[in-house]
Design a protein around this ligand. Structure first.
Ligand SMILES: Cc1cc2nc3c(=O)[nH]c(=O)nc-3n(C[C@H](O)[C@H](O)[C@H](O)COP(=O)(O)OP(=O)(O)OC[C@H]3O[C@@H](n4cnc5c(N)ncnc54)[C@H](O)[C@@H]3O)c2cc1C
Length: 247
């Protein structure tokens, strides 16, 4: 496995259970915006590694990641305590189904994320190519508490007539407390942004969130005649798991 030892260069705590960190970048490591890698820490000589979406754009000097902190999680209970200078192992084989090659060209691109599912979309937005490919890009990020709205300032400052950022918070008082999935399904999202109703012929959708959200919206889109990207070809929507539920 091509694991490369790198160093943590900075860490930022967004909330009790969400943090982000940057690392040095392995030489020769190339990836597409929106992809994920596996990374890990050595614990008693054993490498404990997990899948992580890359937050940074592919031309950034450093790599950046957004992480949940699961109290008894084998990796994140340790990762949450790392400091700049500490070692981290990064596998330089990147992959994923949320790159711009995973949706057909189109009019509007809807990115729907929950929690740390935001990460690949930050990479795509920072990369900028998305704004050349689509007339408008809409990012919906749903979290439980306001603090969970990682990268909120950066996303708000990116807003213009080509990019709409729609944060929603489900367990605290906030401007929008509905789930992003609900806003999308009901048509309220497009309507509130004075955009035409979503249309499989013209619009494209990327999903990255908890297994329930992914499942719900994937079924909704399939039933409405949308085509998912898979080994048979590139469709008008694509899905990536933000994490896997424990069995
Ligand atoms: C394709 C892919 C990309 C991923 N990208 C990221 C990422 O960018 N950032 C990230 O933090 N995690 C990401 N994950 C999840 C990650 O791989 C680990 O599961 C997570 O870091 C927790 O590791 P752990 O060893 O501490 O606990 P684990 O034993 O891996 O997980 C314990 C439990 O915690 C919950 N959980 C795990 N990850 C999350 C999460 N991100 N949000 C909410 N609940 C979670 C689940 O219920 C899981 O069963 C991704 C997973 C996949 C499959």
């Amino acid at each position: 496995m091509p694991y490369s030892q790198q160093q943590i260069t900075a860490k930022h705590r967004w909330s009790d259970n969400v943090f982000s960190f940057t690392t040095t970048r392995p030489d020769e490591f190339r990836f597409k915006n929106g992809e994920f890698v596996t990374l890990g820490l050595r614990q008693q000589e054993k490498l404990v590694a997990r899948a992580y979406s890359i937050v940074s754009a592919n031309d950034d000097e450093q790599l950046e990641f957004l992480s949940i902190a699961v109290p008894d999680g084998p990796l994140t209970s340790e990762l949450v305590n790392v400091d700049p200078g500490n070692a981290i192992w990064i596998n330089t084989k990147s992959t994923g189904s949320l790159t711009l090659n995973h949706v057909q060209p189109g009019r509007h691109l809807y990115m729907i994320a929950t929690g740390t599912g935001l990460a690949p979309f930050i990479s795509l937005l920072r990369g900028g190519e998305v704004f050349e490919r689509f007339d408008k890009t809409i990012l919906v990020h749903t979290v439980r508490t306001k603090e969970g709205l990682a990268y909120r300032d950066e996303l708000e400052s990116m807003q213009d007539d080509r990019f709409h950022y729609v944060p929603t918070v489900t367990r605290e008082h906030f401007a929008t407390t509905a789930r992003g999935a609900e806003l999308f399904r009901s048509g309220e999202l497009a309507e509130s942004l004075t955009l035409p109703a979503i249309d499989p012929e013209q619009d494209r959708v990327m999903l990255c969130g908890n297994p329930n959200m992914n499942h719900e919206l994937k079924n909704f889109l399939l039933e409405a005649g949308w085509e998912i990207t898979n080994h048979q070809g590139v469709g008008n929507f694509t899905v990536e798991q933000a994490f896997v539920l424990e069995k």
